[in-house]
Design a protein around this ligand. Structure first.
Ligand code: ITT
Ligand code: NA
Length: 184
């Protein structure tokens, strides 16, 4: 089976590819700009994008909307993560967090799959914002996010390792289990 992943982010594709490879599912990137609405939840953003694309793309496909939620910043950047990454960047987040003791944060991913209907799969990972950037792997906020129970950031992990604990890995797991049940 081949699955189209609608995203502009090659790092996400790499993770989904690695996840699905052993399951015999080939993931390929399809670049197709879609509107990301301003909404309170990742679910709303993902579902709106999915339905918008459904009228424009043939066959099944999925997308992923993710965000980093920092406790001390009341959940910011959350649904604004892509914008904040492009503007403030990682260094801006570290500056906002300078002198802040409570470093707790989590990532969430919502995978939205279209097969004629909307299917949503979610995943979350808890951890903390480091005091400086560490590692060169991964993408986005990975160099400043350390998952709970580890002393390495996501950027210091292999893709397989990150997938085994990450928000996206968990959403991919739920998605793949659903596919297994529903494609029989
Ligand atoms: P799309 O085209 O798939 O939307 P994007 O990079 O804009 O790609 P999102 O809106 O879902 O994706 O991501 C929000 C931001 O959070 C963005 O800057 C990402 O780099 C970052 N991000 C998402 N998942 C991440 C992860 O697993 N590790 C680190 N940063 C992540
Ligand atoms: Na985006």
């Amino acid at each position: 089976m081949r699955l189209a992943f609608i995203t502009s982010n090659p790092g996400k594709v790499e993770e989904a590819r690695k996840y699905f490879e052993p399951l015999g599912v080939e993931v390929y990137q399809l670049r197709f700009e879609y509107p990301e609405i301003q909404a309170d939840t990742l679910e709303e953003v993902a579902e709106y994008g999915l339905r918008w694309l459904a009228g424009r793309i043939d066959g099944p496909f999925f997308l992923d909307d993710s965000g980093l939620f920092i406790d001390a910043l009341k959940g910011f950047p959350g649904v604004y993560s892509a914008y904040v990454y492009r503007t403030l960047g990682i260094d801006g987040i570290l500056r906002l967090m300078a002198g802040v003791e409570d470093r707790k944060a989590h990532f969430r991913s919502v995978i939205a799959y279209w097969d004629g209907e909307v299917h949503l799969f979610t995943g979350r990972v808890d951890g903390e914002i480091t005091r400086e950037k560490r590692g060169t792997g991964g993408f986005g906020f990975d160099p400043i996010f350390m998952p709970r129970g580890f002393d390495r950031t996501f950027a210091e992990m292999t893709t397989d390792e990150k997938n085994s604990i990450s928000h996206r890995g968990r959403a991919l797991k739920a998605f793949s289990e659903w596919l297994k049940e529903n494609l029989k």
